[in-house]
Design a protein around this ligand. Structure first.
Ligand code: ATP
Length: 793
């Protein structure tokens, strides 16, 4: 267990080399170095501690406590501590990004060398060029994905319609055999889904889901492993194609946002680590801080391409994705978004043979022919829709979370994960077929919203309206629900469709496939919105304002608000994708705000829930309420593993092998060998230390390397730094000295022990820190705080 076997305490005490900490035992060596410290309770001997859910760990712990510790306060605190320990251990795989620029001597030298207006202008121009490239390439990838999905789906549904037509019992073929199209449909759904799920499961599991929670975590400063790699992009793109073509209840918009982020992370670095190719450009942008801004631009470009909504893209980045923001970034993300949707527009318009540039986005909801209007007395109705959306969204989020927890507990084998996706595809097709078979909802041809109107048991010149709902991609169905003329569906068919799709989407989001949640959520909302309008019109046939298309749009907004909990960006995205007038902004925003407020009362938005379920140590916007009254000393880790300004290479090598920590305070004025109480003079990262050892940047050999070493030496190995296993410490090197003077960050952010956690959280969050050193009044190290300490202590 991560905190229990506090590496600092345990390993410092065992350190055999001469500089062993002398005070660690005396100080108790507790990671919770405070008067409020929890009693240390070992979980080591409890069976299944590492795998058991937090509650089980907590209850087993309470049961094993001695009599005097059985008082309620003690039990509650032990329980909380055990849960936090468990959560911390789950988040161990996540490291932080270095958003705080390390301004060491090498960096400053570079700054002095290039400190001219010409250089900063050049850097600025390059930045713009990169944002433009991100927009173009993201759009081209979106086009490729869209065209492949469209062509394959078109072939699939055309074939199925044909198969239904020839196998349905009719005069020439009185027996018929509808099992044949059913089996074809099963095959055409299960095969692509199996392929996509197998790719995601066996090749790149990080590509499962929409990708938005991962991008969000990255932008918050959490290094989600393999999130922005080319392989991830390839698997995600193929994965989303197979899932949509397979007919799963999901959409391509989330994966597009992820794709934009990968494109941005790749292009901005001017090299590909996967293909071991360095184009020797954009070197100045090779750090986490710069990359973060580009990734944000990529996410915005992805939204813009997915929805054809440039302003929505920028607002989405602001509202949902970004954790850090500044004025210049608004401009750049907006430009990336505009370029992206414009490129997509040109390419797809050309592909569809449109003379004017009218094909704006992948999520094409069609334009409302009549301007959408509303009466003042409809405003409460919109609010009621919002409240319903909030309730349904909260219910959906809760169910989906429970299903996903069940999954992660019981479906552990890879093959099982693939089979689960295939099973959901099978159930989806079977439910759709049952519905089509048993509900005879015939409508006159001409009203048909689908490219492949299926006659089935209907009269000539009629089509089956239920088949029309299912025989197209979910996105096309949303479009139908928005724009089909009144009277296009039966109340029964729409009710069943809503129910089935609600449950299907709930089971689908969380499968090991690449899919977004936006389209199924909009589809469920559009279906119940339209349904409510139809029922209301049935009851009040004179109520002319009950336009089913308008209420389908309001329903979609309400449901999206209830599940995703976004407001401004969703409003703008819906307006841009449907081309409605700005006057309709008001109904949309009050629907979305009502949905968000009601939903927030019960749980968080689905992306935030996913972040939590995956134990990503993401810092919230505001300090958590339980920080009230806590001080730095309550959450810091102590004793701290420190390194002397001039230290032996062997000591550094041993430290790196013994601890997983990524940052070490650099100290001088050390009493005896107890570095952990030294005076702070900087901080150094594990990655920097490894480069120093690998390149033998020793004091004694300074004359050999000093001229060639620059900040570029470290950038060259960014972002995949070598591990300590790559370093060989031969006997002749053990006594060399490493002088960290020019490598360390000489101005680490520090706090005092009595500073409130709220205050240091704000500092940590605003500056995007990775480590914060706690010092005493003599500037000596007292403790260290990382993001996990804010979340799990
Ligand atoms: P990150 O994982 O955020 O990149 P990190 O690996 O240095 O940073 P964490 O994994 O967040 O650190 O820290 C795990 C625990 O170890 C935290 O409680 C933290 O306070 C503690 N810790 C981090 N660095 C040190 C250190 N140099 N000495 C002692 N304890 C440390």
């Amino acid at each position: 267990n991560f905190y229990k076997t506090n590496p600092t305490k345990e390993k410092l005490n065992n350190l055999s080399i001469e500089e062993t900490h002398q005070n660690s035992a005396a100080s108790g060596g507790s990671s919770r170095n405070s008067e409020n410290a929890e009693p240390s309770v070992s979980t080591d001997n409890l069976p299944g501690t590492s795998q058991a859910p937090a509650q089980t760990v907590a209850s087993t712990l309470s049961a094993s406590l001695p009599q005097q510790q059985q008082n309620p306060t003690f039990r509650i605190r032990s329980r909380t501590a055990a849960i936090n320990e468990h959560l911390a251990s789950q988040s161990e795989n996540f490291e932080s990004l270095d958003y705080d620029v390390c301004e060491n001597v090498l960096f400053q030298k570079e700054q002095e060398r290039i400190s001219s207006t010409r250089f900063s202008l050049r850097k600025d121009i390059l930045r713009w060029i990169i944002f433009i490239q991100i927009g173009i390439i993201t759009a081209l990838i979106a086009c490729a994905i869209d065209i492949v999905i469209e062509e394959l789906s078109s072939l699939k549904y055309e074939f199925l319609k044909h198969s239904v037509d020839i196998n349905v019992p009719h005069q020439d073929n009185p027996v018929g055999d509808l099992a044949i199209p059913y089996l074809y449909w099963l095959g055409l759904s299960m095969l692509p889904v199996a392929l996509g799920a197998a790719m995601v499961t066996y090749i790149e599991p990080i590509t499962a889901g929409s990708g938005i929670p991962q991008v969000k975590s990255y932008l918050n400063g959490v290094k989600v492993p393999r999130i922005v790699r080319i392989k991830t992009l390839a698997v995600k793109s193929i994965g989303v194609i197979t899932s949509v073509v397979g007919g799963l209840a999901g959409g391509k918009e989330g994966p597009m946002i992820h794709a934009g982020a990968v494109v941005a992370a790749g292009i901005s670095q001017g090299k590909s680590t996967t293909f071991v190719k360095d184009f020797r450009i954009f070197k100045a942008f090779r750090d986490d801080h710069e990359k973060r801004d580009f990734v944000l631009g990529g996410a915005a470009a992805g939204v813009a391409a997915a929805f054809g909504s440039p302003i929505g893209g920028m607002l989405f980045s602001l509202e949902e994705a970004a954790s850090f923001w500044n004025q210049n970034l608004i401009w750049r993300t907006l430009v990336a978004s505009i370029i992206s949707s414009f490129t997509l527009n040109i390419v797809l318009s050309a592909y569809h043979g449109l003379g004017d540039f009218t094909f704006t986005g992948l999520f094409n909801l069609g334009k409302f022919e009549q301007p959408l209007t509303f009466e003042y007395y409809e405003l409460p109705i919109f609010m009621i829709f919002g409240i319903t959306g909030g309730l349904l969204g909260a219910l959906w989020n809760m169910l989906n979370t429970k299903i996903n927890k069940f999954r992660s507990r019981f479906i552990k084998f890879k093959f099982g994960k693939v089979m689960e996706a295939v099973l959901v595809a099978l159930i989806g097709v079977s439910l759709a077929c049952t519905m089509i078979y048993f509900i005879n909802d015939c409508r006159p041809l001409g009203n048909d919203p689908t490219d492949y109107p299926t006659q089935l048991f209907c009269e000539d010149n009629e089509y089956n309206a239920v088949a029309a709902l299912w025989f197209q991609t979910p996105e096309a169905t949303v479009r139908s629900l928005f724009h089909d003329p009144p009277g296009s569906h039966k109340i029964l068919s729409l009710t069943l469709f809503t129910l089935i799709y609600f449950l299907l989407s709930c089971f689908t989001f969380g499968l090991n496939v690449s899919l977004g949640v936006f389209i199924p959520t909009a589809l469920v909302g559009a279906a119940w919105g339209r349904l409510v309008a139809m029922v209301a019109y049935y009851v009040f046939p004179t109520a002319a304002f009950l336009n089913p298309g308008k209420y389908a749009l309001i329903g979609a907004a309400a449901n999206l608000g209830g599940v995703l909990r976004m407001t401004i960006s969703l409003t703008v995205i819906l307006m841009e994708t449907t081309g409605i007038e700005t006057s309709f902004f008001f109904p949309l925003i009050i629907t979305l705000i009502s949905a968000k407020w009601v939903g927030d009362y019960f749980n968080e938005g689905i992306y935030d829930i996913q972040v939590k379920v995956n134990h990503v140590p993401m810092l919230p916007w505001e300090p958590l309420p339980h920080y009230m009254g806590l001080k730095a000393s309550n959450i810091m880790s102590s004793p701290v593993v420190c390194i002397k300004l001039r230290d032996k290479s062997k000591y550094i090598y041993d430290i790196l092998n013994r601890y997983k920590h990524n940052g070490f305070p650099v100290v001088d004025d050390v009493e005896g060998n107890d570095r952990s109480k030294g005076r702070v003079c900087g901080i150094i990262l594990r990655s920097q230390l490894i480069v120093i050892l690998l390149k033998s940047l020793y004091e004694e050999k300074k004359r050999f390397w000093i001229n060639e070493t620059s900040i570029q030496t470290f950038r060259d190995v960014y972002p995949r730094y070598p591990s300590i296993d790559n370093v060989r410490m031969h006997d002749d090197k053990v006594n060399y000295t490493v002088n960290l003077d020019i490598f360390m960050n000489p101005s680490p952010v520090c706090s005092r022990e009595h500073d409130s956690v709220q205050k240091i959280f704000n500092k940590f969050r605003a500056l995007g820190l990775r480590h914060l050193i706690v010092v005493d009044k003599e500037n000596r190290v007292s403790g260290i705080i990382t993001r996990k300490d804010f979340l799990y202590k």
